[in-house]
Structures are given as structure tokens and as C-alpha cells.
Ligand binder design. Structure first.
Ligand SMILES: NC(=O)c1ccc[n+]([C@@H]2O[C@H](COP(=O)([O-])OP(=O)(O)OC[C@H]3O[C@@H](n4cnc5c(N)ncnc54)[C@H](O)[C@@H]3O)[C@@H](O)[C@H]2O)c1
Length: 247
């Protein structure tokens, strides 16, 4: 793929991956400029960042925690990929705008956005619907859906201006299309991602822009591992999934 337009470091890393003799994933992401929101933890986002680096993408790792973002980006750079850490809170419209602007500057444009941040357990208690406080509902909405919609609205003009298409991948959850006892707001928010993705497809497919939602079941991560073993009992295979050999 033509790499012009990319930042110099991004171009160098994409060439290095292409020239490497090491076994690689199909280089579908080679030279692609991708921002991963929430990719610094030991969870699903970190595994996504590693996969992207391995496939030759240039990655900006954004996380709430500076040290996590730095660690995840450093790991990619060590492996020969181009990666940069940035940090901020996706719940803040200002932080979000700054992070997306920084990613575009660092990468020399943007081809992909991955939204990973989300969840319930880390943010509010699991209670029945009638016991749920208004502010807890808002927190779950903000951290699972509002920021995604904001980010998508911000990257669409960038994709349109570049005229090279674009991809948004959002980490959703099976809870988005199941009943969600004690997780009503989480289920509603994750369900909203599906509607958002369908609308992006309907409005922008002709521009080569797509949005997909990856709806995981229970995956072994820092947060999920803190949850009661009751979840595991409800999984037919009797164990959590993993985010891959890297997890
Ligand atoms: N783990 C599961 O069982 C499971 C199942 C289905 C879906 N999911 C979804 O996967 C996604 C990731 O889950 P995980 O378990 O890997 O989470 P995690 O807590 O392990 O990782 C999330 C990362 O996001 C960062 N983060 C948290 N709040 C942030 C904020 N406000 N701004 C910026 N960064 C922030 C954290 O620092 C962390 O690095 C979520 O959307 C979750 O709903 C998880």
C-alpha cells in the first residue's frame, strides 16, 4: 500500500514489518494508522494493541493511566512497530478531542479507531434496576456509549477528508443483546453500540467507512477476574475466554 502521508516513523515501521522474515498475521493492517482508546491495560485492549503492532499498524495507545499507555506502546516499539502512548479520560469531551487530535498529529492521519474502554464492574455496583442511582446510570452510559458516539462523530470528518475509507471497531459485549440482570445500564449501552454501527454502515458505506462491534462473552482480564465465580458457572465451557496467547 502507498505509505505517503503517514508520519515518517509510521512509514519506517510498516516497511520493517513487510521486510521481516518472522511469521506474521496477514498484513491487512500494514501501515494503517490506528488509535486504540483504552489499550494500555492487561485486558482486551492490550491484546488488540499487540495484534495491531504485529500486523504492521502504527498505533497510538490511549489510556487513562499514563504508565499503562507507556508500557503498552514501549512493548510495541521494542518489537519494531511504531507506537506512541497518550493518556486522558474518555469520559471528558475535552480529553477525547485532545487525544484524537494528538493521534492524528503523531500518525499523520487516521485509518482506524478502536474503542475498548467500557464495563460495569469497575465503575458502579451491580444492583437491581429499581435500586440503581441516576448518577450510576449516567456513569455507565458515559463510559460505554457516549464517548464512543463522540469519538465516532469526531473521526468521521477525518476519514471523509482523507478519502481512503476508515474503520471503527468497538468492543461490545454479548450483554448488548441478552437480558442483563444487575447490569441494565451496561446492557442498554452496549446495545446502543450495535445501533450506532448499523447507522454508520447505512450512512457511510459508500465512503468506504465501516463500524463493527466485537461482542465478547466473559473474558479473563484484570476486572473480570475480580468478579464472583458465579459467572463462570453460567458459561457452558466452564471457564472464561481469553484475549489470545498474549493475554
Ligand atoms: N472482560 C470481560 O469479561 C468482557 C466481556 C465482554 C466485553 N468486555 C468489554 O471489553 C472492554 C474492555 O474490558 P477489559 O475487561 O479488557 O477492561 P480492563 O479494565 O482490563 O481494561 C480497560 C482499559 O481501559 C482503561 N480505562 C478505564 N477507564 C478509562 C477512561 N475513562 N479513559 C481512558 N481509559 C480508561 C483502563 O486503564 C484499562 O487499561 C470493555 O468495553 C468491556 O465492556 C469485557
Amino acid at each position: 500500500m502507498p505509505l505517503s502521508g503517514r508520519s515518517e516513523r509510521c512509514q519506517q515501521a510498516a516497511h520493517a514489518v513487510a521486510d521481516s522474515a518472522a511469521p506474521r498475521l496477514p498484513n491487512m493492517a500494514q501501515g494503517k494508522r490506528v488509535l486504540v482508546l483504552g489499550g494500555g491495560g492487561a485486558g482486551i485492549g492490550r491484546a488488540i494493541v499487540r495484534r495491531l503492532g504485529d500486523a504492521g499498524a502504527c498505533v497510538v495507545v490511549a489510556d487513562l493511566q499514563q504508565d499503562r499507555a507507556e508500557e503498552a506502546a514501549a512493548e510495541l516499539v521494542k518489537g519494531g512497530a511504531a507506537a506512541w502512548p497518550i493518556w486522558g479520560d474518555v469520559r471528558s469531551a475535552d480529553d477525547l478531542e485532545t487525544m484524537i487530535g494528538s493521534a492524528v498529529d503523531l500518525l499523520g492521519g487516521l485509518d482506524g479507531l478502536v474503542t475498548v474502554v467500557g464495563g460495569q464492574v469497575a465503575f458502579v455496583p451491580a444492583v437491581k434496576l429499581h435500586e440503581m442511582a441516576d448518577e450510576d446510570w449516567d456513569t455507565i452510559y458515559d463510559v460505554n456509549l457516549r464517548y464512543v458516539a463522540r469519538a465516532v462523530r469526531q473521526v468521521l470528518p477525518i476519514f471523509l477528508e482523507q478519502r481512503e475509507g476508515g474503520a471503527v471497531v468497538s468492543v461490545g459485549s454479548v450483554t448488548g443483546f441478552m437480558s442483563a440482570p444487575l447490569q441494565a445500564a451496561y446492557g442498554v449501552a452496549k446495545s446502543g453500540l450495535l445501533s450506532l454501527a448499523r447507522t454508520v454502515a447505512a450512512e457511510y458505506a459508500a465512503d468506504g467507512i465501516r463500524m463493527n462491534v466485537v461482542a465478547g462473552g466473559a473474558i479473563s482480564t484484570g476486572v473480570a477476574n475480580k468478579v464472583s465465580a458465579k459467572w463462570v458457572e453460567e458459561i457452558p465451557v466452564g471457564r472464561y475466554g481469553t484475549s489470545g496467547p498474549f493475554a
